[in-house]
Design a protein around this ligand. Structure first.
Ligand code: ATP
Length: 369
């Protein structure tokens, strides 16, 4: 058991189908103790289903889940030592923030029948127990900077504050793992950025192993120790944000991470590199000479260059700090998006001829497979 890690999570060969639809096709992931892992992927790729299986809210058709060294594949959610935070933070509206935070503690080791009246009364046991709970609630509230809100009810809080209370409720129990499913998606952009940082800080201080589901690549890249990129029921790549961005294992991962999307240019493998139109590029291609390859080039690696590829400006997006240039490459035919310093975009307009070069050493080459 020790070998499976203190309070780490092991997901092994998990499969799940709903009717004829295979939603998870054998997913394996290992989280180190205290690690923050973001699970990202396009809508419908199976992220939520996987998280629900880890939580015990859904059963796997095959595979197993180990949390904190214990095989919990068949354990009830309440017996898994996890806390979940969802996008719709269901708080009890008639209870104060302090009471909402106390609920998971007060309910500990109680049966479902015993729990029900407790939510309404919330007079948990004897005075010593009450004091212990109050102390723990105070700690969690301080950590989340909501101590000044303890006497309010959810209806008197902003969306961001409510979400912090929901986080606090997950935190008070000191679980082996946090499972979060798009916890910020109901917040507006500004609050989302702030709360993002709060969750990161919280994770740093509490050190609880966390799986964070999101379809937002910025959240995944900025928050996580490692990112698991999922598509169509499979984990395509697991790595640090840098690894998955700079060295994606295939064009699907490369295309999912980065905004605007990575450019995909049609090249041909040669004896000593890759050709792109008239350019011979000294890139490493694991493909037979003569075969078609895709050259992946990030928009930020492209610049205006007198000896570059001949392109035609399609349109420009001025973003204040930079300009996005959308152009059409004439031979071979392809669309290109370049992220340019504002000065480089000045003087260009739709229909103009422009030559684009790149930091070709940053280009990625993908074979047909
Ligand atoms: P999103 O980001 O949109 O929430 P997701 O990656 O979390 O997507 P899931 O919610 O895991 O995706 O869903 C994966 C697939 O499984 C989808 O095609 C969905 O329609 C299907 N699915 C999920 N739950 C059920 C269910 N209970 N019954 C039938 N199909 C389901």
């Amino acid at each position: 058991m020790r070998a499976e890690g203190g309070r780490a999570i092991l997901i092994e060969g998990v499969e799940k189908a709903f009717g004829a639809t295979r939603v998870l096709k054998g997913v394996s992931l290992t989280l180190r103790q205290g690690e923050f892992m973001a699970l990202v992927g396009p809508s419908g790729c199976g992220k939520t289903t996987l998280l629900r299986i880890v939580a015990g809210l859904e059963s796997a058709d095959a595979g197993r889940v180990v949390i904190g060294g214990r095989d919990v594949t068949r354990a009830r959610p309440a017996d898994r030592d996890i806390a979940m935070v969802f996008q719709n933070y269901a708080l009890y509206p008639h209870l104060t923030v302090a009471q909402n935070l106390a609920v998971p503690l007060a309910m500990r080791r109680l049966s479902a029948l015993e729990r029900l009246p407790l939510v309404h009364r919330l007079v948990p046991g004897n005075a010593a127990r009450r004091r212990a709970i109050a102390a723990r609630v105070g700690e969690a509230a301080a950590m989340l900077r909501i101590a000044h809100l303890l006497d309010r009810r959810p209806g008197q809080l902003s969306g961001g504050q409510r979400q912090r209370v929901a986080l606090g409720r997950a935190l008070v129990r000191e679980p082996a793992a946090f499972l979060m499913d798009e916890p910020l998606s109901n917040l507006d952009a500004e609050l989302r950025a702030g709360t993002r940082q709060e969750i990161v800080d919280l994770h740093r201080r509490a050190g609880v192993t966390t799986i964070y589901v999101t379809h937002d690549q910025v959240e995944a890249m900025t928050m996580a120790d490692r990112v698991a990129v999922m598509m169509e029921g499979e984990v395509l790549q697991l790595g640090t944000p840098r690894e998955v961005y700079d060295d994606p294992c295939d064009i699907r991962v490369a295309g999912f991470l980065g905004s605007p999307r990575i450019n995909a240019l049609p090249g041909i493998a040669t004896e000593n590199g890759v050709s792109l139109g008239t350019l011979a590029l000294p890139l490493r291609a694991a493909a037979a000479p003569g075969s078609a390859v895709t050259i992946g080039l990030r928009p930020e690696a492209i610049r205006v260059a007198p000896l570059g590829l001949a392109c035609r400006v399609e349109h420009l997006e001025y973003l204040g700090a930079e300009t996005l240039l959308h152009a059409r490459l004439e031979a071979p035919e392809a669309r290109i998006v370049a992220r340019l310093p504002v000065a480089a975009g000045e003087g260009l307009s739709r229909g103009d001829a422009v030559r684009l070069g790149a930091d070709w050493e940053r280009a990625l080459v993908f074979g047909a497979d």
